[in-house]
Each structure stands twice: as C-alpha cells, then as structure tokens.
Design a protein around this ligand. Structure first.
Ligand SMILES: NC(=O)c1ccc[n+]([C@@H]2O[C@H](COP(=O)([O-])OP(=O)(O)OC[C@H]3O[C@@H](n4cnc5c(N)ncnc54)[C@H](O)[C@@H]3O)[C@@H](O)[C@H]2O)c1
Length: 324
C-alpha cells in the first residue's frame, strides 16, 4: 500500500495520523471540509508526499476526487461527540451515515484495498454490570445519536458488506487525550487539566463513573497497524483500541492531575446516573495485532500542563478548541 486517504485529516486525531503516515513514507491525501480550519496541517502542506483536497464527504464529486488512485482509506471525518450530533442531527446523519456509505461504495468500485473506520467505545453505552469489563463480544447499547450512527455504520461494514472486496476494519477508540496540532479542550483529560491550569480547580460531576482512555498518538498508531495488518486477520473485524489497564473514573483522573499539580482543588458533585459508564477490555488488539500503548494518562496531563504553561494558548476557551 502506497497511497492513503485520511478523511478528517485536519482534525484532532487525523492531524497526528497524517504525520505518522508521512514519516513512514506513505503518500498521504487528506480530504477535509475544514470545519475547524486547516491550521493543523500548515506545516505538512509543503511535504512532497502530501496532498490536500478540501471537500465534503456528503458531496459525491468531492469523494471521487479524493479516492482517485488511493490504496487505503482511514475514515475519520465525522460529526464528533454526543453534544455535536444532538445539536446538528441532520448533518450527523448525512456525514456519519449516508456520506460514509457513499465513500465506502465508491471506494469499493474504485479498487481501494483497505478501509479503516474510526468507531468509538461509546457504542457500549451503560454497562449492565458496572464492575465488569466489556469486550468486542459484548452487547452494544448506544445512548446517543453519535453512538447509534457509529453502531449503524459498523454493522453495515462488518455484517451487511462483510463480503465486499475491500478489507474493512472498525476500530472502537477509547476516549482520547493528549497534544495534537488540532488541540481539543472538550475531552475530559484535556479539559480538566486546562481548567486546573487556568483556575486551580475543577468541578467533577459523578466522580465514580468510568471510561477507557487512550493517547492520540496511540490511536493514530492503531490506525496504521490496522491498515498494514494481514487482510485475513482484520477483514470485517472490530477492535477496541486502548489498554485494559487504562480505564479511569473521573475521580482517578483528577487524582492523576493532583499528583502533578498538588494544589489543584477538586469539587466533587454527587450524581447517581451517567448514561456512559463502562470499562473496556482492549486485549484483542494486543493479542491479535501486537498493539501496545506508548503513553498513559499522566503523560497526556503533562503535555497539556506544558502547553498551558508555555503561554502559547492565549484563548483556551475559544470555540476552535471544541466541537460545539
Ligand atoms: N475524540 C475522541 O475521543 C474519539 C473517540 C472515539 C472515536 N473518535 C472518532 O475519531 C474520528 C476523529 O475524531 P477527532 O477527535 O479527530 O475529531 P475532529 O472533530 O477533531 O475531526 C473531525 C474532522 O472531520 C472533518 N469533517 C467533519 N465533517 C466533514 C465532512 N462532511 N466532510 C469532510 N470532513 C469533515 C472536520 O473538519 C474535522 O477536521 C471521528 O470519526 C470520531 O468519531 C474520536
């Protein structure tokens, strides 16, 4: 595989993935509608192996332009997160479902070999038994339009189109954190750390609720691993991406921040319900594909502290750092 298309390549995870692919010698084309601008790709724009197509996956002509001559696709473009999908529900349906189907069908016809889909562990929703771990065999209980659309497109790829010629793989990402050229402060680890850096305190609703976390560099590395893995292993297959030891409650996250900023004040607010409370087992991707993480939550906290302490972010509450 030589030429990879990254949809959503100007985004938080995509802009990290693009750099990893370029460093590995791939030709990389990004297709992105630039909802949050293109700043994250300025420095790679002059790279000899980099191409950019400003386009929208809801537009068939843009898709045709983007997939010409492509061997593999990392499909990251989406309306991302529960709040954004609920606020822009029509757009979410068009991008996360119909546009994604159109991209896949056109790629199948055009002779693209690989298709890696950025799905989410949000698909698990609220666990029946909060003390156990969910894995890829567990029931999916989406509790938001965002997760419903991810589950629907996964089903399409892994069941309805499992006999397609393209080798398609779904990766259920843990909640991401850490530094990226498109920094996001609407993700728990980054948000809590930013707030503590700015105000010295953080209010935490429902500190007991848990989720799996994974550094943005490691999620991007998992996409490359799936693109490069033998097709017979990953075709019509699904993997949780992260590490089983990296499930944290919100209280545990705050305690990790306090280890690095001992003066940080936590204000815990009792809450008995959280629709998304799950612990995820990520052993399958380790055992089948040899994936291991290179960073843990404290590393991401350190990165955000360093970024905030640098003083380079002068408008940390700007809309450009969040998806809604
Ligand atoms: N951030 C997380 O914690 C997380 C967790 C699980 C899964 N994911 C998935 O990973 C992928 C990337 O997430 P991210 O955090 O980098 O989000 P992001 O919002 O930073 O990036 C998404 C990119 O997609 C682009 N885009 C949106 N609509 C488009 C359209 N119609 N046509 C072309 N481009 C379009 C945006 O301009 C943006 O650059 C998404 O599919 C997301 O659902 C993210």
């Amino acid at each position: 595989m030589k030429k990879v298309l990254v949809t959503g390549g100007a985004g938080y995870i995509g802009s990290v993935l693009v750099r990893i692919l370029l460093d590995k010698g791939y030709n990389v084309r990004v297709m992105d509608s630039l909802k949050f601008g293109g700043d994250a790709l300025y420095d790679v724009s002059q790279h000899p192996n980099f191409e950019f197509v400003k386009g929208d996956i809801r537009n068939e002509e843009d898709i045709d332009k983007a997939i010409e001559g492509i061997d593999g696709i990392a499909h990251l473009a989406a309306i991302v997160g529960d709040p954004a999908c609920s606020k822009f529900s029509d757009e979410a349906n068009e991008v996360n479902w119909s546009g994604s189907v159109a991209l896949f069908e056109k790629a199948e016809k055009a002779g693209v070999n690989r298709f890696v889909f950025a799905s989410t562990c949000s698909n698990y929703g609220k666990m029946a038994d909060p003390d156990s771990y969910v894995d890829e065999q567990s029931e999916l209980r989406p509790v938001s339009l965002y997760a419903e659309l991810k589950v629907k497109f996964e089903n399409y790829l892994l069941n309805e189109r499992k006999d397609a010629r393209i080798c398609a793989t779904a990766l259920r990402f843990s909640t991401v954190y850490g530094f990226s050229p498109r920094i996001r402060f609407d993700l728990t680890v980054n948000e809590f750390t930013r707030n503590v850096c700015l105000t010295g305190e953080q209010e935490i609703w429902g500190p007991q609720f848990s989720r799996p976390y994974c550094h943005v560099d490691d999620l991007a590395r998992a996409v490359v691993l799936a693109l490069e893995a033998p097709a017979e292993k990953v075709k019509a297959n699904v993997y949780n991406v992260g590490d089983t030891t990296e499930n944290y409650s919100k209280r545990m996250l705050m305690e990790e921040i306090q280890k690095q900023i001992p003066t940080a004040k936590a204000i815990y607010v009792e809450r008995t319900e959280d629709p998304r409370d799950y612990r995820v087992n990520c052993d399958k991707i380790r055992d089948e594909l040899g994936f291991t993480i290179t960073k843990k939550v404290p590393d991401g906290i350190r990165e955000i502290i360093k970024l905030m302490d640098s003083g380079m972010i002068t408008d940390a509450h700007s809309a450009k750092f969040r998806n809604i």
